[in-house]
Design a protein around this ligand. Sequence first.
Ligand SMILES: [Cu+2]
Length: 234
Amino acid sequence: MSAPLRSNIAGAHVSSAGLRTGGAQRLGRRIVLPLALSLAFGFVACSDDEPTPPSADTGTISGTVRRTTGGGVSGVQVALSGPVDRTTTTSSSGSYSFDNLEPGEYTVSIDLPDGYNLPEGSSASRSATVSAGRTVTVNFDLVAEGEENVVVVELVGTSFSPSTVTISVGQTVRWVWVSGGAHTVTPDGHSEWSSASLNQAGHTFEHTFENAGDFPYYCVPHQSAGMTGRIVVQ
Ligand SMILES: [Cu+2]
């Protein structure tokens, strides 16, 4: 797949050079050919000396390698193959980027880091189509070992996100404070867990559900703003 694409692109370059030569012949070979050669050498020297600036003719593939339970995974090797082959490593926030890519079909693959698995049905390789002037986002979600049965609910502003979660008996819900000041995770009419308070980054609360049922809950300070949630255990 990638080999024919590569030759297509090479062919496009050759034909545009041919067009330029054709125009030169019409204008007079003696004068224009040396001029064209000096322009060509000037261009080569320029591209050697300076980093290639972002161009409207190229595109970008970027993304993040993330934990399904939240946060980026740093130091993951990401390989790009296609018209251009490159490798990079995810940053401390789990992000990566391949810039100045000529348009075409690419494959982005990650090296699965120790302690992580792919979610069921997910692949470590993704295909991506780069077009000129566009950025394609290719994210990878990884499941940390031991976290296979954890589902995250974020406390954001005055909401639980997602507000309704359906899980199986034996799974764990982890509530994670994100924003919005002081929150609680307070059972509404049941005692499946005891009310918890979360009010800053790093605060989490989790509960493993051993019984099927419907477990509504709310945030005491923000109940009137509609900060309610529900865990359905099947
Ligand atoms: Cu709240």
